[in-house]
Design a binder for this molecule. Structure first.
Ligand SMILES: [Zn+2]
Ligand SMILES: [Zn+2]
Length: 393
């Protein structure tokens, strides 16, 4: 190559670099399915990460005690996710076979905490499945685990990925990530970073909550253990995961969790964050959190509001909008039905996501009174509203 040709080549390469969009490096033009109905469904709340007496590191936490608290605080669904390694994978003959694993008002899911040398995950389904198979391949290569997961037809979620027992498998294995684990909100910085990194990489990945509670209230003073204090600080629903399910069934809960119409609240009585967008500019929302659409190239109106009876009327709530992992806006809202709007114009052919975090006065949780001090002002998280995410990823 002549010197002159080389110089031209260098200029072309540089021009390519300068011209590349800062985000969404490829030029995605995916064919997207239409957004599902915004009204055909019901918001349901529950907890997806709790340990009963079938986990050896729990105390005073029989299944009946956990379910009784879930019923008292109005949970719609629940997964008791005991450590599978404590029963060598045989959760089917332990937690699931426990005669106490039944409820008239709470839909019970089937699953376990997949407790491996490379981290923890939550496996779950609406019906019993052969969890032993997943346990048995925990030390295999990820491609083999993916094959078994697919055959079982289960939802797999990465647990507390940015803390101790970090999730060190491929995130291609999972459908969701535990973005908010336990009442101690401050411990979730790493989990939130990993969630944002997965979203930035083009993964349509649901963020969910999980209390990871292990300890119940002792029935007698003699039953008290050194960790019994945790029952009053971290218990059912700290945090609470809301799903917008198409029906009041376990399968609809699992589907909503996979699809991402999900919000996380500090506790069962905290308001729920609703995050919607008006894509076509007709003044009515046509997308909600978890939905994915093509931007029009025109400004899109977004709305954040709080739903729930527990809103403190005189309170002012702070809304942090995150766009593509970066702070985008800090807004305030107040009133009986707190709500705030913002506008942005996502680029028509670039992958973009927005999600929100809401802070405000904590909502009392009388059954777990110590939890409010631990979650502090963090009230709730939305899932992202997505643009141009490839559904075939
Ligand atoms: Zn764990
Ligand atoms: Zn756990």
């Amino acid at each position: 190559m002549s010197l002159r040709a080389l110089a031209v080549a260098v200029v072309l390469v540089l021009a390519g670099l300068v011209g590349a969009p800062a985000f969404g490096r490829q030029d995605p033009d995916p064919k997207l399915p239409p957004v599902a109905s915004l009204t055909d469904g019901v918001w349901m709340k529950g907890d997806l990460h709790i340990h009963s007496r079938h986990s050896k590191d729990s105390s005073n936490n029989p299944v009946r005690k956990i379910i009784a608290l879930a019923e008292t605080v109005g949970m719609d669904y629940l997964l008791i996710s005991d450590h599978d390694n404590h029963v060598l994978g045989d959760v089917a003959h332990n937690t699931w076979a426990d005669p106490e694993y039944a409820s008239k008002s709470v839909i019970l899911l089937y699953g376990a905490e997949w407790t491996t040398h490379r981290g923890h995950g939550t496996a779950l389904a609406a019906r019993p499945y052969d969890h032993q198979r997943l346990y048995d391949v925990a030390d295999e290569r990820d491609v083999e685990i993916a094959r078994v997961k697919k055959a079982l037809g289960i939802h797999l979620s990465a647990n507390h990925p940015g803390t101790r027992d970090a999730f060190a498998f491929s995130f291609d294995l999972v459908d969701s990530v535990e973005a908010w684990q336990s009442a101690v909100w401050a411990n979730n910085v790493g989990n939130m970073h990993i969630w944002d990194d997965m979203l930035k990489s083009g993964r349509h990945m649901t963020g969910r909550g999980g209390s990871d509670s292990h300890h119940g209230y002792p029935d007698t003073p003699e039953q008290k253990t050194p960790l019994s204090y945790q029952a009053a600080e971290n218990n059912v629903g700290t945090p609470t995961t809301w799903v917008f399910a198409k029906a009041r069934t376990g399968q609809a809960v699992v589907d909503a969790l996979t699809n991402g119409r999900v919000a996380i609240s500090a506790n069962p009585f905290s308001p729920r964050v609703e995050f919607t967008a008006d894509l076509d500019g007709d003044g009515r929302a046509d997308m909600m959190q978890g939905d994915n659409a093509k931007p029009t190239g025109k400004p899109i109106g977004f709305r954040v509001q709080l739903a729930g009876k527990s809103v403190v009327t005189a309170a002012t709530y702070t809304v942090r909008v995150i766009k593509d992992g970066q702070p985008f806006a800090k807004l305030q809202m107040s009133g009986a039905t707190p709500s705030v709007d913002f506008t942005d114009t996502p680029a028509p052919r670039v992958r973009t996501y927005y999600r929100v975090e809401v802070e405000g006065p904590p909502t009392p949780y009388p059954q777990v009174p110590g939890s409010m001090a631990l979650s502090g002002n963090m009230l709730g998280l939305s899932n992202p509203i997505y643009f141009n995410f490839d559904p075939k990823f």
